[in-house]
Design a protein around this ligand. Sequence first.
Ligand SMILES: Nc1nc2c(c(=O)[nH]1)N[C@H]1C(S)=C(S)[C@@H](COP(=O)(O)O)O[C@H]1N2
Ligand SMILES: [Mo]
Length: 359
Amino acid sequence: MTVAEDLVRARAALRMIHPAPFNAEAPPEALAGLITPTELHYVRSNFAVPTHDGTLEVGGAVENPITLTLDDLRAMPSAERTVTLECAGNGRIDMRPLPTGEPWGAYAVSTARWTGALLHDVLQQAHPAADGVDVRFEGADHGAYHLRPILAETSKDDLTFARALPLSHAADPAAEILVAYEMNGEPLGRDHGAPFRLIVPHWYAVASVKWLKRIDVLTEPYTGEFQTGHYIYEWPDRPHEAVGLMRVRARITDPAPASTIDVGTYTVRGKAWSGTGPVTRVDISLTGEGDWLPARLEPPQGPYQWQDWSFDWEATDVGRHTLRARATDASGNTQPDVPPWNRLGYGNNAIEVPYIDVR
Ligand SMILES: Nc1nc2c(c(=O)[nH]1)N[C@H]1C(S)=C(S)[C@@H](COP(=O)(O)O)O[C@H]1N2
Ligand SMILES: [Mo]
């Protein structure tokens, strides 16, 4: 099979949002299991899949600049973590007024098992300088940008994907950030960042830089296009902020929105996740306003992945019903009724309101 045929096949099961660069949502059935099969995991790329020379440079303000290959990373102690990734733009299409940007529905979220070296160990080999502030991660992908750059100084013709994390976070062993080379037990595929990528648990997935090429310790805060231009909450009435931790959210996976079910008991199922602590409760409402009833919430199977929940609905009344699920996490964060509007449409975690017809 050629490289092109291989990519076409890998992409066939997804719901395409944009052909080039390829961006696609998971199909709804991808949310059924705890692990999303690789071919159903959403894809979000700002540029075409790049060629990568197989090396990772670690430099900038470090005592010992290093170059690592895939074999070097594989020779380091490995960690396997199941991590839910959600695009910060997930749900943009439900914001009003409609923001600019890719029209993501509600399925730019998936969960995979990632294996790699710990970023903490990689950084330790390079010895970051004491006055390091940020760590900048650069992908091998670059080129003409398909969206309008936000920063005036950004070239539209040759832009490179790069994001930063505070050094204190990047170097923290407890953060368990991975330089991942396997996804669901297989070498990373081209759309998901081969040969290796960052995986930053709990953060909107923009932090998880794919096709990782360079890591640089900086002594000044990083201000690139994807750090202070795009992926910024431009609040109408508050200072702008970079998108960071995933906001708490529940999704109903069964029944499908606008479906028809028979009178009787129906077990409603869904997923819930949050970047600010495990989900501690999911409540269900079967009316507008009305009462919230507790759903059964499964304990987390790991610290960075979505949780299953279910609710036995006594669907005895024929007719149209609304169904709402609202998650709350250990930090006390819960979901709003109305998306918190920001110009670029990030972080929509509003409670969804599907309707179901009972016949
Ligand atoms: N190098 C690079 N890394 C990247 C991106 C990108 O465009 N280039 N997109 C980011 C965004 S916005 C998201 S949501 C995730 C998507 O990861 P996935 O395609 O594996 O689902 O990758 C992140 N890492
Ligand atoms: Mo994203």
